[in-house]
Write a new protein. Structure first.
Length: 96
């Protein structure tokens, strides 16, 4: 069976990206978040995410996909600030 993975390329990745495994075998993947992102959840193929690598599937009996979701640290209230000069000796602060 083929166990594939899905993650937004800008937010993170799986290692390996896919595996061919036999009937009732399990698959193991490491998930890495891109700097500026955190892993929200990992689901699929009967496995469960404990917040730590590796993600291990349940015994596989058909092709399946493991999916990761991520959030930007900016979504969690963290910012990278840019300060721009404005009019009348004022500053403009932008949160990215």
């Amino acid at each position: 069976y083929v166990v594939s993975t899905a993650a937004p390329a800008e937010a993170g990745s799986f290692t390996p990206e896919w595996l061919n495994i036999g009937h009732n075998d399990t698959a193991s993947f490491s998930i890495t978040a891109t700097p500026g992102y955190t892993i929200d959840s990992v689901t699929g193929c009967g496995g469960s995410w404990s917040g730590q690598n590796p993600y291990v599937t349940a015994p596989v009996t058909a092709d399946c996909t493991v999916t990761a979701t991520f959030s930007s640290q900016n979504e969690q209230g963290e910012c990278s600030f840019i300060v721009l000069p404005g009019r009348n000796n004022r500053l403009a602060v932008i949160c990215l």
